[in-house]
Design a protein around this ligand. Structure first.
Ligand code: SF4
Length: 64
């Protein structure tokens, strides 16, 4: 699984960081980013939840 944050959509609410801080972190500008190139299987469910819960639909998931 791979994931990414669309920086044009992200509004910095932080839901994703709250849901899975091992995968999502903050940029210096206060938006979210994905810090792992490949999402480990143990985080797959949380990343899927973060994608569904993102208010801006900014999280894209591939291969999940
Ligand atoms: S939940 Fe969505 S809008 Fe909020 S910080 Fe994460 S990617 Fe950005």
């Amino acid at each position: 699984m791979k994931a990414s944050v669309d920086s044009d959509r992200c509004a910095g609410h932080g839901d994703c960081v709250s849901i899975c801080a091992a995968v999502f972190s903050w940029t210096a500008d206060g938006f979210a980013e994905v810090v792992l190139d490949e999402i480990p299987p143990e985080y797959a469910d949380l990343v899927t939840k973060a994608s569904h819960d993102c208010p801006e639909h900014a999280i894209e998931v591939d291969g999940g």
